[in-house]
Design a protein around this ligand. Sequence first.
Ligand SMILES: Nc1ncnc2c1ncn2[C@@H]1O[C@H](COP(=O)(O)OP(=O)(O)O)[C@@H](O)[C@H]1O
Ligand SMILES: N[C@@H](CCC(=O)OP(=O)(O)O)C(=O)O
Length: 374
Amino acid sequence: MISRDRIPATRRWVVKIGSALLTRDGQGLDREMLAPWVEQMVERRKAGCEVVLVSSGAVAEGMARMGWRRRPKTLHELQAAAAVGQMGLVRAYEDCFQCRGYHTAQVLLTRDDLADRPRYLNARSTLRTLLKLGVIPVINENDTVATDELRFGDNDTLAALVANLIEADLLVLLTDQDGLFDQDPRGNPNARLIPETWVDDPQLDQVAGGSVTGLGTGGMVTKVRAARLAARSGTPTIIAPGRGERVLTRIGSGELVGTLLIPFQEPQAARKQWLAGHLQARGRLVLDAGAVRALREQGTSLLAVGVKEIRGRFHRGEVVACMDEAGREVARGLVNYDADESQRIKGKPSSTFESILGYLDDEELIHRDNLVLL
Ligand SMILES: Nc1ncnc2c1ncn2[C@@H]1O[C@H](COP(=O)(O)OP(=O)(O)O)[C@@H](O)[C@H]1O
Ligand SMILES: N[C@@H](CCC(=O)OP(=O)(O)O)C(=O)O
């Protein structure tokens, strides 16, 4: 189990800086805040810890550059603002890191980049190479091309998936509060900071509220969800106050800063993490109770005989969600048959596939190696 005293030994961090923190009430980047964070990340780097930065702020900086006082309503205007603002964002980081002797690299990702296995593997190799070269990757969502179906939507999720991608030792979510409280501290003076918690504690779903500033997206809800995603690679998360004095340095020395969310499970193999973090399943399979039990209790492959319903359009090799009859997702995995073929073989034993389809590709609908329980 990770505890604060193990943090000084961590060697790979993902640091996420949120919009609520980085932008002065929506007035563009707070460049004065940037320098101390960069300073501290450079300190970490010099102490032998690799750092990947996930930074929001493109939309807010774009709005400031265009002289827009209100956040635009249409997706295209938001995308335009992000494209303008991203220039300012990377320039600010590049200037700040370069004068301290470090190069930065801009990496813009969409959900599809991480959902597609070859692109996921490419992103992983590029990030690893950049880290080996001593460069600081600065990641944001590729807002220009990300439509609603393609969006991570909030950078907490993006940061967690990046932590999975590079198997980070720590995910730091810097925000405008001192950490996670037992209720939203805005307007609740009695709210108490939670210094440490298991990430799977169901209570967290009650305490974490949304964002109220209109600048950030997601609030604590997406941070808790991100911490749970990060836990899949065994990565602990700290939600910490970005405006706190030398916050990254203090976290690095194991001081009690913010909220530590502790992973509850052994790290999953990278392939299973990728499957679990895959945000958009192409289709759904509804399983009968026997199949759900077999997956959960015996860790078997999924056979067509236990499948009652096929929903959505998908091809062999794509990710599908496995649901129980009450509509809860129990697993997801890479399916061995297209949707049309699955429709024809559902509820049937594999001995009949050849006569139904004219061929037998695989005996299982999803092989256990390609399946992850949720
Ligand atoms: N239990 C809670 N503890 C702390 N903050 C909370 C809680 N519930 C909701 N919040 C809200 O979450 C906000 C931070 O999230 P958000 O605005 O999305 O920022 P960021 O851009 O840093 O991701 C805080 O300003 C706070 O009002
Ligand atoms: N990609 C967007 C950031 C999305 C966003 O606001 O995320 P968050 O900082 O998690 O609330 C931008 O750069 O403006």
